[in-house]
Ligand binder design. Structure first.
Ligand code: ZN
Length: 91
């Protein structure tokens, strides 16, 4: 699988990341505090910063529909656990 640098969130929505120079490497953390790296565009990095990891992941729960063929299973596993544990926050 070739390693393209694009925003993890944008990619899963099928959107091109317009300005690749704004991509940032961010870390999410699993239940044990282990960092899970993700690449985010400026817009999504700001969203993560402003809303916090839990709200950020839950707001993008639709990405779970895109589980198949993903090369970012750890990110998705973390997201799935977070969303499943907080289903009441999804309207
Ligand atoms: Zn993005």
């Amino acid at each position: 699988m070739n390693k393209k640098y694009e925003c993890t969130i944008c990619k899963h929505y099928g959107r091109p990341t317009f300005d690749k120079s704004t991509l940032e490497r961010q870390s999410l953390y699993d239940d044990q505090g282990n960092p899970i790296p993700v690449i985010l565009c400026r817009k999504h990095a700001v969203q993560l910063f402003q809303s916090g990891q839990k709200k950020f992941l839950i707001s993008h729960y639709r990405i779970l529909n895109d589980l198949i063929a993903s090369d970012e299973m750890k990110f998705l596993e973390l997201m799935e656990r977070t969303v499943r544990a907080n289903l009441d926050m999804i309207s």
